[in-house]
Design a protein around this ligand. Structure first.
Ligand SMILES: NC(=O)c1ccc[n+]([C@@H]2O[C@H](COP(=O)([O-])OP(=O)(O)OC[C@H]3O[C@@H](n4cnc5c(N)ncnc54)[C@H](OP(=O)(O)O)[C@@H]3O)[C@@H](O)[C@H]2O)c1
Length: 243
């Protein structure tokens, strides 16, 4: 797909991976609906950056655990841009705890944002895509799910479900809409744990001996968007950590 002149909705566009993905899309001429929940400033920075490139971008706040706000976000995008061509499901939370620590409230909170919201967004995205046009969905998953561990029990379950959902929607929505996922390994320290020694971590765990970056994930999103003979693929971008 030629993405210049197309419109993408990016969830969680104000920080970290979502911000880098949004900037890369703007740099390639893609108009943007920049979703945020609490990071208005970050999304506005991307909007202003896009404006310097002559690319239209608009910000919109929504708590994606609320289906009404989620639907309002998609309606905002279609009202402002006519329709959406691309959906990037990036928003997620990362709750800790093993299975025995995981209450039903925690499970529900985790699933509402990481799985239910992408599913509802894909449904709304497919419904608004005008007949005769093609669309692309990219789900941001996690390479963690390929290395089984008991930590982050609920989070891991959501991302395993995101991978399965990617394949199922790829079949259901073909040939009009491609649905792929990227499974990042270690890209950044955890939010609030910026003092983590990432070099030591990479030395210990990652065959390529370095961590990734938000920009590497953005490059992989562009790759998925640019070429058209791929659907139901989960690209693992983890420096070999999962081998
Ligand atoms: N960073 C990594 O190394 C890494 C590794 C593997 C996978 N991933 C995946 O990559 C994606 C981005 O991760 P990240 O580390 O860049 O982001 P992050 O720091 O975990 O930020 C999460 C994003 O989710 C949004 N969000 C949180 N609660 C929300 C809600 N109720 N409604 C709507 N949006 C909400 C946040 O928006 P606001 O800030 O506006 O509130 C933020 O943009 C996630 O899917 C994550 O699982 C990241």
């Amino acid at each position: 797909m030629e993405i210049a002149g197309k419109t993408a909705l990016v969830t969680g566009s104000g920080v970290r991976l979502g911000k880098a993905i949004s900037r890369a899309l703007a740099e390639n001429g893609c108009q943007l609906v920049l979703h945020y929940n609490s990071s208005a400033e970050g999304s506005e920075e991307v909007r202003d950056y896009a404006a310097t490139l002559g690319v239209k971008a608009l910000t919109y706040r929504a708590d994606l655990t609320n289906p009404d706000e989620l639907r309002a976000l998609v309606s905002f995008g279609t009202a402002e841009f006519g329709h959406l061509d691309i959906l990037i499901n990036n928003s997620a939370i990362y709750l800790s705890g093993k299975g025995m620590d995981t209450t039903s409230e925690l499970l529900e909170k985790q699933f509402r944002l990481n799985l239910f919201a992408p599913v509802l967004l894909i449904r709304a995205f497919a419904a608004q895509l005008p007949e005769g046009l093609t669309g692309k969905v990219v789900n941001i998953s996690d390479a963690k799910v390929f290395r089984h561990q008991p930590d982050h029990f609920a989070y891991r379950l959501t991302k395993a479900a995101v991978n399965e959902m990617t394949l199922m929607f790829a079949l259901e929505l073909a040939p009009r809409i491609t649905v792929n996922a990227i499974a990042p390994g270690v890209m950044l320290p955890l939010a609030g744990r910026e003092d983590t020694d990432m070099e030591a971590l990479a030395e210990r765990r990652i065959p390529l001996k370095r961590v990734g970056s938000p920009e590497i994930i953005a490059e992989n999103v562009l790759h998925i968007l640019w070429q058209d003979f791929m659907t139901g693929t989960i690209i693992r971008v983890d420096g070999g950590e999962g081998i």
